[in-house]
Design a protein around this ligand. Structure first.
Ligand SMILES: C[S@@+](CC[C@H](N)C(=O)[O-])C[C@H]1O[C@@H](n2cnc3c(N)ncnc32)[C@H](O)[C@@H]1O
Length: 350
């Protein structure tokens, strides 16, 4: 066998079994391994870990094998590589992102939500979905309703989803604050459409006090948000009405929807803002496929795109796709302000 054939075979095995990386991550979170290591001063021997997790003696060697894979793929680090001593595990930048006590950048609620059985189940039926001429997403076909129907019906899923969205915003907050002087210059009012629990609006309101912030979202999302005077919450349907403001903020909204529905949402946003001369604009935070920060792979954009067609009618879009939507919705121009990891901030002008 020549080397190319061997490489192809290994590549194929790797692809075939990549799902075991995801499942090993899920297992580590379910067992509470990152928190256990964190709570022990960020390092732990295999025996300590085995004992803290209260696992049966028969599972110690399996725990070692789980940790070996997770260390190999960079989720944990092995601190002593000596062959004779017991492994000592530590955390990496990735595992630090899912520590319960990490308040500044905690992605745990997001990752937990994405690894719920409801999502994972849909991924098994993508090919069945392809064979049906149906408008329903694989998620709808396997769960019998849309994601938004589930969140409105099941308070526990609603809470998990909203917490997941708050945690997904945490890494963007810094960048918004850093670029805020430019983005929010001259803006007196802003409505965060589909702004969920208001995490982003709160950061904007606190750091740029000249901007009065409103969050528009569905009734079951905003119903118990605090009315603390920092952010105003309005319950409603963005397809019908967006409250008037100098600027509209849309983070991770348009990628949930088809082109047709994005154009409807964008038109409502355009109705809500003044002319460009009067400072009106829509601020979109989304992936622009093919555009990422230096050293950041494009692959997550493509994975998110698969996720979008698995769970809803949406998609991740490249710059031409965005250009088309903005034009069809009646906007005259746009500018990509900055790229944060695999997402970008785009200003869209009426
Ligand atoms: C992917 S989440 C993004 C949440 C938030 N912008 C963020 O990034 O953290 C989509 C949001 O759109 C809201 N949403 C869905 N349909 C809506 C509608 N018809 N009107 C208003 N909000 C809606 C959902 O409740 C959810 O909060």
């Amino acid at each position: 066998m020549d080397i190319e054939l061997l490489q192809a075979q290994v590549g194929l095995w790797n692809l075939t079994y990549s799902y075991l990386k995801t499942m090993s991550l899920k297992c580590a979170l379910d067992l509470g391994i990152p928190d256990a290591i964190f709570n022990n001063g960020q390092q732990m021997t295999l025996s300590q870990l085995h004992s803290v997790l209260l696992l049966p003696p028969s599972k110690k060697s399996h725990l070692y094998r789980l940790m070996r894979l997770l260390t190999h793929i960079g989720f944990f680090i092995e601190k002593n590589a000596s062959a004779c001593s017991e492994p000592v595990y530590g955390l990496t930048a990735q595992s630090l992102l899912v520590i319960e006590k990490n308040e500044s950048a905690n992605m745990l609620p997001y990752v937990r939500f994405c690894l719920l059985n409801k999502w994972l189940k849909s991924s098994l039926y993508i090919s069945d979905w392809f064979l049906q001429d149906s408008k329903e997403s694989p998620f709808e076909l396997t769960n019998g309703c849309t994601l938004w129907e589930i969140t409105s019906r099941e308070p526990a899923v609603n809470k998990m989803f909203n917490d997941a969205m708050v945690s997904s915003s945490s890494l963007f907050n810094d960048y918004i604050v850093r670029h805020g002087d430019y983005i929010f210059k001259g803006i007196e009012s802003l409505v965060d459409v589909g702004g969920g629990k208001g995490a982003m609006a709160e950061v904007i309101a606190k750091n740029f006090p000249h901007v009065r912030c409103t969050v528009l979202d569905l009734p079951h999302v905003v119903c118990d948000n605090p009315n603390d005077g920092i952010v105003k919450y309005v319950s409603g349907d963005m397809f019908s009405y967006v409250p008037p403001a100098n600027a509209v903020f849309l983070k991770w909204i348009l990628h949930d929807w088809s082109n047709e529905n994005c154009i409807r949402i964008l038109r409502r946003c355009k109705d809500a803002i003044p002319s460009r001369e009067a400072g009106g604009k829509v601020i979109v935070l989304e992936a622009v496929v093919g555009l990422t920060s230096a050293m950041i792979s494009e692959e997550p954009q493509l994975l998110f795109d698969m996720l979008m067609f698995m769970v809803c009618e949406g998609e991740e879009r490249d710059e031409n796709d965005w250009k088309y939507l903005f034009k069809e919705a009646g906007f005259t121009s746009y500018k990509i302000i900055c790229t944060i990891g695999f997402s970008s901030i785009i200003e869209v002008y009426p």
